[in-house]
Design a protein around this ligand. Structure first.
Ligand code: GDP
Ligand code: ZN
Length: 461
């Protein structure tokens, strides 16, 4: 494809000291040559691909040196965008970097839209859509673990799996063709029926497996939404504070996220928690009393994790028991706080009410038991969960929606086979499944969807 040459500031993640002005397109090297001045008059257009060069960026109008730089020259197609790429590594502050970018724009490049580099990589066939989306998730990933998932996806793990499933469906469709072409052979029909059921069931199961990972993928990306509940004065605010102070709040520099949103995230031993804001917690303080067990259940249901706090130095009240009732069936950690005070609570009864949920005793005042609490949180999350080595999670909302649709249409196909519906009807459902899976990796996607997706990227990616 033919594109103009784009430029943007593209600072690598985790590196603040240097900033990169990145150019991509047919004119990338020519534009850079207009600004670059190398030792003994070296020109970038003469250098070998994938090499890096020391030099200066000069304003071509005034001849004034703007910045001392290292310039990487990467000739297509072995580049991220498959186009010629020049990366100008600057070490000055933001002002100098902006000036270098400005000079590149004056020199013939156009300012890139957010995500446009990745979009080109996709349009030029360098990456498929799920990989492109992984780049986006990578930019947004809030913890290391989430980053690994995004990386795995970028390496194409999900794509490979989807491609395999599509291949299975294609083979099944081929069998259907045989049946339609030679309906007079009974044994062909018999075989087709068996193959159909077998393959369609396999595809359905694999899609289900992928969908099961999606909840966890979402959690990794967005954080485990966590609500702290308990009677007034049991120590909910203290718990929130100690979780925030013990664990470095996850800080991201993603544009568009506001500070108060960022501060809600904490990383507890690799588990990202999204704690409801203080206002939210205050609202849940007397939640059962205020709106009743049934209603509060509905509110609490939206949470992924409940931290239910009890008071060690008071007898269990009816309100405590109601709280247990309200959170039954959810992921709950029971925290019996204020162990520094004389015991009044019946711990056996608490364990009974807790059922399978872990019970942790703490003194938040004396900073006791916080380790065990964190241990409970992390084992609750990672136990029985997808292991850290198996990183084919589905975490992208669009992928989840498509997988759900694909699951429905493969189920339709199976039902139709079962009901003895004419085989060419079954074929329609199978084709639909194949198409839906294709949309995940970017086959048959509308241009507008692509634009929408890439518009969500950060500038310079
Ligand atoms: P909330 O109303 O549930 O949010 O409870 P707070 O966190 O505001 O705590 C209520 C009171 O209990 C405050 O005075 C805290 O200092 C105190 N408190 C919290 N944790 C403990 C603890 O472990 N031991 C003791 N003795 N007091 C605590
Ligand atoms: Zn409080």
């Amino acid at each position: 494809m033919d594109f103009d040459t784009i430029a943007a500031i593209s600072t690598p993640m985790g590196e603040g000291a240097i900033a990169i002005v990145r150019l991509s397109g047919d004119e990338a090297i020519a534009v850079a040559d207009r600004l670059y001045s190398g030792p003994s008059g070296k020109r970038l257009r003469d250098v070998e691909s994938h090499t890096i060069h020391y030099g200066h960026i000069k304003d071509p109008d005034t001849g004034q040196i703007v910045e001392e730089v290292m310039v990487s020259v990467l000739k297509g197609p072995k580049t991220f965008t498959r186009e010629d790429i020049v990366e100008i590594n600057c070490h000055g502050g933001i002002v100098t970097v902006n000036r270098v970018l400005q000079l590149a724009l004056n020199g013939g490049a156009r300012l890139a839209d957010p995500g446009e580099f990745t979009k080109r990589a996709f349009l030029n066939g360098r990456i498929d859509l799920s990989q492109a989306e992984a780049v986006m998730d990578l930019i947004r990933a809030k913890t290391d673990r989430a980053m690994n998932v995004a990386l795995g996806q970028m390496e194409g793990r999900l794509s490979k799996l989807i491609q395999k499933l599509r291949q299975e469906i294609l083979e099944t469709l081929a069998h259907v063709e045989v049946n339609i072409d030679y309906p007079e052979y009974d044994d062909v029909e018999e075989m087709t029926h068996n193959v159909l059921v077998e393959k369609a069931t396999y595809v359905k199961q694999e899609i289900e497996k992928l969908l099961q990972t999606s909840q966890q993928g979402k959690i990794l990306r967005e954080g485990l939404s966590t609500v702290i509940v308990g009677r007034p004065n049991v120590g909910k605010s203290s718990l929130l504070n100690s979780l925030i102070h013990e664990n470095k709040a996850i800080v991201t520099d993603i544009p568009g996220t506001t500070r108060d949103v960022i501060e809600e995230y904490v990383n507890v031993r690799g588990v990202p928690l999204r704690l409801v804001d203080t206002a939210g917690i205050r609202e849940t303080e007397d939640i059962v009393e205020r709106i009743g067990v049934e209603k509060s259940r509905q509110v609490l249901k939206k949470a992924d994790l409940i931290l239910l706090v009890m008071n060690f130095s008071e007898a269990l009240s009816q309100e405590d028991e109601q709280l247990f009732e309200a959170v039954s069936g959810m992921d709950v950690i029971v925290i019996v706080n204020k162990t520094d005070l004389p015991q009044q609570i019946d711990l056996d009864r608490v364990k009974e009410l807790a059922g399978n949920s872990p019970v942790v005793t703490t003194s938040l005042l004396e900073e006791q038991g916080i380790d065990q609490l964190e241990e409970s949180i992390s084992s609750l999350f990672f136990e029985g969960a997808v292991g850290p080595t198996d990183l084919t999670y589905v975490s992208n909302t669009r992928h989840i929606a498509l997988l759900s649709q694909a699951k429905r249409s493969i189920e339709d196909a199976l039902e139709a086979i079962d009901a003895g519906v004419p085989i060419d009807i079954v074929q329609i459902d199978l084709t639909r499944t194949w198409e839906l899976l294709g949309e995940i990796i970017g086959d048959a996607v509308h241009e507008s969807l692509i634009d929408q997706l890439f518009a969500q990227f950060c500038l310079g990616k």
